[in-house]
Design a protein around this ligand. Structure first.
Ligand code: S6P
Length: 597
């Protein structure tokens, strides 16, 4: 079996995504997303190297979802004594936050105390900006979990790490396994356990694989489990914000909504049907590919002109757009200004643990009012403002802003997420005809059948959220592809800001230059330390020290790659990249040059 985790492999479906048209990018992403449900056809050179290929619709996953729903229902019977904690790093932590927020709202509707909590590595500032380094700290993870759970009698802990690779989560799981009287540990991720990260962790005695194996053994006799359907590689290699994030959100939504149903109605809905409804939403995205493609095209042109993408939205759909924006700097190596999201009501609406953290800097100003005061007056024709709207009629509080944006120099688009009964043309009249419009129709009848009349609004939201995630992920991925940030289906210009990304960077240099792993690492270190001759100290430093040096630097991986392909000095590589700033073209021309020699 290949030792490369599935979540770090390249997906053959998207091998040519970098040279695809915007509309085709949407189709490729949508097909790739189908693997979340049906599993992944793992053909490597005609051979399958993994047995466990089933996606979310697999019987084992459905049984586990229902088992966890049972635990949720039990804990909800004493909501003041108990807690349901969701924890993760990066996107996994952000989705933990969003899910806790959603289901606390369900509890409030039932006049019950809130008992969902989230933990995100790096704290609330990681909700909008990437804080990649705390992901590597298991001790910090365990400490943060204990702080949140102090005084609780029973805790259902769900640790999310798509790649089974976050030490922060491993530290928490290990702590839970030492305290099974209080904790019910659940690990959620999308690799087989044997492919969990097995590298030494600085200042810790275990590897993540060892922690996962411990849990795997323990689940035979104790109340704990691993839920790890195999959903196939990401469309952009390693970018677990996409399929990993989607699968995380769907699993959490289904297990908690089912838990509520068991608690209130004493019965489960059909879990398979529930999951299949998300698949219908995925098909609805495919039906809009032409319109999503048009918005990608506009957004991509803006980025090519060094402009910006701004999302404006309300409630959880606005939050999902903000999450999408926050992922662009670590994924595409861009600045915090490139893509930003703004929410009606700002922090009051967000309901995050640390409250208003706008004092941390302008990238933490998230209210639509902030957009109006600081960004609106400076919009250029290289910017696009994308409004996310729930329902057919435009949110009335956004109409004046939409009108102002449309009368200004920037491009604009409106994404309507609505049920299939709301899509009549006359109901759309409030949105001016000139606007680029995406209308995603959710399977209303299917949702009604599944949920019945109660909590229909709340449950409808779950599907609207996933539709928003799919559209926003497609827009930013497509726009950055148009900007030339992606080579084949690899994001080459990633920021080397944590352990996982360091090892991914080494693999990228190895893959495209054809050199061995040791040489690839040496080229990467030369680029990180800005030297053609490494000192002994630099070569033997810990990965965490390499990361510290690399995090703030630009074009670390492209520089290493050019050096490795052309066997040239750092200076020559930097000159090449300066002449050809579009990463995709720089690599292509490098490889052509090498082939000629
Ligand atoms: C990935 C995203 C990252 C990950 C984070 C956690 O697209 O940029 O922030 O979410 O590294 O990964 P994992 O595998 O532990 O869920």
């Amino acid at each position: 079996m290949s030792s490369l985790p599935v979540t770090e492999r390249s997906n053959p479906l998207t091998a040519n995504i970098d040279i695809s048209l915007p509309e085709d990018i949407v189709s490729l992403l949508q097909h790739c997303d189908r693997e979340i449900f049906h599993g992944w056809d793992n053909q490597t050179e005609g051979q399958k190297d993994l047995d466990q290929l089933k996606g979310l619709l697999d019987g084992r996953t459905i049984r586990l979802v229902e088992k966890i729903a049972g635990e949720v229902a039990n804990l909800l019977r004493k909501p003041s004594d108990n807690l349901i904690v969701l924890s993760g790093c990066g996107t996994s932590g952000r989705l933990a936050f969003l899910t806790a927020r959603t289901f606390n709202k369900w509890l409030r509707e039932l006049d019950m105390p809130e008992c969902f909590r989230y933990v995100i590595a790096g704290g609330d500032k990681a909700l909008f900006t990437s804080q990649e380094a705390p992901e590597d700290d298991p001790v910090l993870g365990a400490k943060k979990l204990q702080e949140v759970c102090a005084g609780k009698k029973k805790v259902l802990y769900i640790g999310i790490t798509c790649g089974l690779s976050a030490s922060f989560v491993a530290g928490q799981l290990d702590f839970c396994m030492d305290n099974l009287d209080t904790y019910i540990p659940v690990l959620m991720g999308f690799n087989p356990v044997d492919l969990a990260k097995n590298l030494p962790i600085e200042n810790w005695s275990k590897t993540i694989l060892e922690v996962c194996k411990r849990l795997e053994n323990l689940q035979k006799t104790k109340n704990c489990c691993i839920i790890n359907p195999i959903i196939g590689p990401e469309p952009i290699t390693g970018s677990s914000r996409m399929k990993g994030g989607t699968a995380t959100k769907i699993l959490l939504d289904v297990m908690f909504a089912q838990g509520f149903s068991l608690f209130k109605e004493k019965q489960l809905r059909n879990t398979e049907q529930f999951l299949e409804t998300y698949l219908t939403v995925n098909e609805a995205i495919g039906h809009c590919r032409q319109y999503i493609g048009a918005v990608i095209n506009l957004a991509g042109q803006c980025l090519r002109k060094h402009g910006h993408i701004y999302y404006i939205g309300a409630d959880s759909l606005g939050i999902l757009a903000m999450i999408d924006a926050s992922e662009c700097p670590p994924t595409f190596g861009t600045s915090l200004d490139g893509v930003r999201g703004f929410l009606i009501g700002g922090f009051d609406e967000l309901r995050n643990q640390e409250g208003n953290i706008s004092v941390l800097g302008r990238h933490f100003s998230i209210a639509v009012d902030d957009f109006q005061s600081t960004i609106l007056p400076n919009l250029q024709n290289s910017d696009i403002v994308i409004f996310i709207n729930h329902g057919s009629a435009m949110n009335t509080s956004l109409l004046p802003l939409l009108a102002t944006v449309q009368n200004g120099p920037a491009e604009s688009a409106v994404i309507h997420i609505m049920n299939s009964e709301q899509s009549g043309q006359e109901k759309m009249k409030e949105v001016p005809k000139t606007t680029n419009k995406i209308t995603v129709q959710l399977p209303w009848i299917q949702i009604q059948e599944l949920f019945g009349p109660e909590h229909l609004d709340l449950s409808f939201k779950l599907f609207a959220e996933i539709a928003t995630k799919w559209v926003c992920n497609a827009v930013t991925t497509g726009a950055h592809i148009m900007q030339g940030k992606v080579y084949q289906n690899y994001m080459v210009d990633l920021r080397v800001s944590n352990n996982k990304l360091f090892h991914r960077a080494v693999r990228i240099v190895e893959t495209f230059s054809g050199c061995n792993k040791e040489d690839a690492q040496e080229y990467l270190l030369k680029s990180i330390y800005g030297t053609d001759v490494l000192t002994g100290q630099q070569t033997t430093a810990n990965v965490s020290q390499h990361i510290l040096q690399a995090t703030s630097q630009e074009k670390v991986v492209p520089t290493a790659l050019v050096c490795a392909i052309l066997k040239c000095s750092l200076l020559e590589a930097q000159k090449h990249l300066a002449e050809e700033p579009v990463i995709r073209s720089a690599i292509t021309s490098c490889l052509e040059k090498k082939n000629v020699e």
